[in-house]
Write a protein that binds this ligand. Structure first.
Ligand code: ADE
Length: 236
């Protein structure tokens, strides 16, 4: 999977070289190519922004500079994404579908935004990471890259994906490790039993209870077995 990131702050993306993504990059499972939009400025001071027509606070990124940066990586098969609070909110479903692409071009705005004409010209898919405003699209782009990369083959082991929150439609069950007793709190007996079927049923019940108490609206989209329904009935 190739990510081309168009940004004025490529240094911000260094944090992606750690841990699981760092290993995925080393193994060439993902490729994160950072394009500094400033390199495409024709101005002798490398200016990339200017004051807004009509007045108002802040600076706006120039359309010509952004467009030249975009053209340097564009290819017809690439999916182009613009990180903006005006976009559709990112979901696990969207993450999964983006992970089936081969090439994502991600445009990050900064300051007051980007001249609308280049957005109209490129016509990217607009994606938000939530209803709050950040100083730029860089952190949202990192959220997108991290969440999508987890689905790229070989980045994680398959089980972590199928068992996790949202993939089953439910929140996760609680996890425990050593020590067996911590501040008088014990690890649930069933997890030490070695009885795989009982463990599976206990975990499913805990997932259901967790979802019911923390995010009940998620249950509307989950197909419940009779055993699931009994777990939820017993909670009331
Ligand atoms: N840029 C600024 N805030 C953002 C958000 N919430 N999502 C995506 N891009 C953004």
């Amino acid at each position: 999977m190739k990510f081309d990131v168009l940004t004025l702050f490529p240094e911000m993306f260094e944090t992606l070289n750690q841990s699981i993504l760092g290993r995925a990059i080393e193994k060439d499972l993902i490729n994160i190519n950072l394009i500094n939009i400033r390199d495409f400025s024709k101005d002798k001071h490398k200016k990339v922004d200017d004051t807004p027509y009509g007045g108002g606070a802040g600076m706006v990124m120039r359309p010509d500079v952004v467009y030249d940066a975009y053209k340097s990586v564009y290819e017809p098969n690439a999916k182009v994404i613009f990180m903006t609070p005006q976009g559709k909110t990112l979901s696990q479903k969207k993450v999964e579908s983006l992970s089936r692409e081969q090439h994502l071009i991600i445009l990050c705005g900064h300051y007051e935004g980007i001249d609308q004409r280049v957005i109209d010209e490129i016509n990217p898919e607009e994606i938000s990471i939530g209803d709050y405003v950040l100083t730029g699209g860089e952190i949202p782009a990192m959220v997108l890259i991290d969440s999508v990369s987890r689905y790229v083959g070989g980045v994680l082991n398959e089980e972590s994906i199928s068992e996790e929150s949202f993939s089953t439609g439910l929140l996760e069950y609680p996890q425990y490790t050593r020590p067996e007793v911590f501040n008088n709190r014990e690890v649930p007996e069933v997890l030490k039993s070695g009885h795989h079927e009982n463990i599976r049923r206990w975990r499913r019940a805990e997932s259901l209870k967790n979802t019911y108490s923390k995010r009940p609206e998620l249950l509307e989209d989950v197909e419940l077995s009779n055993e699931d329904k009994k777990v939820l009935d017993d909670m009331n």
